[in-house]
Design a protein. Sequence first.
Length: 365
Amino acid sequence: MAKLAIIVLIATLAITTHVVFSQPVALKAQPIKFQNNYLNFEPPGLFDFLKWRWNALRDGHPKSAQIPTPIVTADLAFIHANSQAGSLMQPAVTWVGHATALVQFAGLTVLTDPIFSERASPLSLVGPKRAQPPGIALKDLPHIDVVLISHNHYDHLDEASVRALASQAGGAPLFVVPSGVKTWFTDLGITNVVELAWWQTHRMQSSSGPVEIVLTPVQHWSGRSLTDRMDTLWGGFAVFTKDFHFFHVGDTSYSRDFQDIATRFADRQPAHGFDLVLIPIGAYAPRWFMKDQHVDPEEAVQIHKDLRARQSVAYHWGTFSLSNEALDDPPIALAAALQAQGIPATAFSAIPIGQTLKLAARAER
């Protein structure tokens, strides 16, 4: 029982809460460590973790959801036909669950931060468990061309899912990852991997023409154990084609990085910003503990505004319980934040798992 208790504690500390322990040597003395642009991330220590968990237990958090996370049957006929449409592909996004989305544009089928496993954990019996099944099962996916991995936390980089994708019929997708993460793939025997630092670009061709994938700064951190905190990079992805601009935020707290991103790409986006932005809205409570790791819905709306998004889709909610708020709290708070700022609810949607939004191609070239 004592051994099991230790395993549960380690899993909870290292995975469920995204906690980082303070290291005896400062990050500045370790050049291999990465850091944020606008926040010298100070890992919460054991005292803060225990304070959070004690207060949550005392106050009965997380509360049970009043409304189950909505889920609809995916339109597989459209998704598969669209994946074969080449240059005639309809821009579209399907929410699979958590930070996993299937995005189709410019002849490419892209998957973000894939996790299809039952738990966001290295352990099969411990760690956050799915509240709803994936909106598309692994076996029902179309051929995936590109997988974007924002960072190496277990709820964004899942080994079983990556192995399955790497063995898909027709060959492995291209995995695009932040600096330092490629080694993890190499250890699995997966070699079709491109590693990027902030602001680096990977160029490729699709059936519709040139594609640019740029890793951008966001404010977060990395780690898959108690000993590798900040050893690998994290980031968001800006993807540019001639008729669609897409941004995958990944996981972030709010920072000036999003204003920097808008400024950096302003010349190529004169009329408006990105055609689609995937923005996290969950795992934000309590703020004293989570504010340097995850945005809340009000800050998510600010990201939508900073990036001048035509359409944003909310994710990182309703799938795994990672913090104090109930699973159905984030979309309620998002709706209130949008109303307070006079933004139509249709511009920033919390769609059901499995739903597909069909989007317009970009007018400006």
